[in-house]
Write a protein that binds this ligand. Structure first.
Ligand SMILES: [Zn+2]
Length: 364
């Protein structure tokens, strides 16, 4: 065994792994989309496993409230106010110096995701909003790359590895037992809920262990995929609620055949083409960004949103709009939400910051 493989000895003992599997890992590139709780756990374990190149994309800085669950970071990162992607890169360099990390501090969107994903073999989801998940899924299906979904909020978590239908050309479609392709994210969740209606970690909290379980499941699936063990990839959606003591494996294999997915059946990539999802427009000279949703996703329930946001500061709501004051890292923002989901975030002229505030406090 050559010197640089010795550290992976316990992993190479696993069924379907061996030195060949390890060499595949060392030659692989994984994109970690979002480096919060899910992303930091995934990046840590994938680096330890010897995935040769990690592209870590995140637009945010580390805050004190992240440390409860984002295991890659510590108090010094908070004090130094380092972007998460860069802090992850520095930490991983000390964990496994054989791994190359590309830290991308940016708001991922339809104009840049293809560029950042160049050379990437697998997309791992550490995202905090549905819109970017649809975008990642579009890219995965269009370019025949696996997408490992994960989400955790409150006491619940979900995860699923997806091997897109690619018309027969992908490695997982060419096995002896036939194609191992799975439904895509849009097969399962065709339309997201109306904007501003979903709970987020910043409004309902999150159990660190739920995040840990989801991220660890994502890592297991990613390692199977990277080593070519496609038949071992779980065919069910992991769905757990740690407070309700429920861990389910939901069958989802029929979602492709029974559905009429615009993405993987009709190859319409609305999110990647910029036809769906939100847009962010600078409001000239007003230190504000307007966020708009292109698809008619239904009306926002301003009253219940107001109730959730009141824990963060003063909220005023009428039937026409809601106005909330949110303070983050000593910076105050005024967020105005209209019933159609349109929002104005005052206090920034950076669309990425405005999207972040929206995703964290209003949810998508
Ligand atoms: Zn689909």
């Amino acid at each position: 065994m050559s010197h640089d493989l010795a550290r992976y000895h316990r992993q190479m003992l696993l069924p379907g792994f061996g030195e060949a599997g390890q060499r595949r890992l060392l030659g692989s590139t994984v994109m970690v989309l979002g480096c919060g709780a899910l992303g930091s756990i995934a990046a840590d374990l994938l680096a330890r496993a010897g995935v040769g190149h990690l592209v870590i994309v995140d637009r945010d800085f580390i805050e004190l409230t992240n440390l409860q669950r984002q295991v890659l970071f510590d108090e010094r990162d908070v004090a130094e106010a380092i972007p998460k992607a860069e802090a992850a890169r520095r930490k991983i360099a000390r964990i496994n110096s054989q791994v190359k990390v590309t830290a991308v501090v940016d708001d991922i969107n339809h104009t840049n995701i293809e560029r950042y994903a160049e050379g990437v073999d697998v997309l791992v989801d550490g995202l905090d909003n549905l819109e970017t998940r649809y975008l990642a899924n579009d890219l995965a299906v269009k370019s025949a790359r696996p997408y490992v979904y994960g989400a955790a909020v409150g006491t619940v978590g979900m995860a699923l590895a997806m091997l897109p239908h690619a018309g027969g050309g992908a490695e997982w479609e060419e096995g002896e037992g036939g194609s191992l392709a799975t439904p895509c994210f849009r097969c399962l969740f065709e339309e997201g809920p109306p904007p501003g209606t979903t709970p987020t970690c910043d409004t309902v909290g999150v159990v660190s262990a739920a995040v840990g379980m989801v991220a660890n499941f994502q890592v297991a699936e990613t390692l199977k995929i990277l080593t070519g063990n496609f038949a071992r990839v779980s065919r069910t959606l992991l769905n757990l609620d740690l407070w309700a003591n429920s861990i389910l494996q939901l069958k989802v294999a029929n979602a492709y055949d029974q559905g009429d997915c615009p993405c993987c059946k009709h190859r319409k990539f609305d999110y990647l083409d910029g036809k769906a999802g939100s847009s962010a427009d600078l409001m000239c000279g007003r230190n504000a960004v307007q966020l708009r949703h292109r698809q008619g996703a239904g009306a926002v329930d301003l009253e219940s949103l107001a109730t959730r946001l009141r824990t963060h500061g003063p909220v005023r709501s009428t039937e026409f709009m809601l106005r909330a004051h949110i303070t983050e890292r000593g910076h105050g923002y005024e967020v105005t939400v209209f019933p159609d989901g349109r929002a104005i975030v005052k206090g920034t002229d950076d669309p990425g910051v405005a999207r972040g505030i929206y995703a964290r406090y209003l949810g998508t």
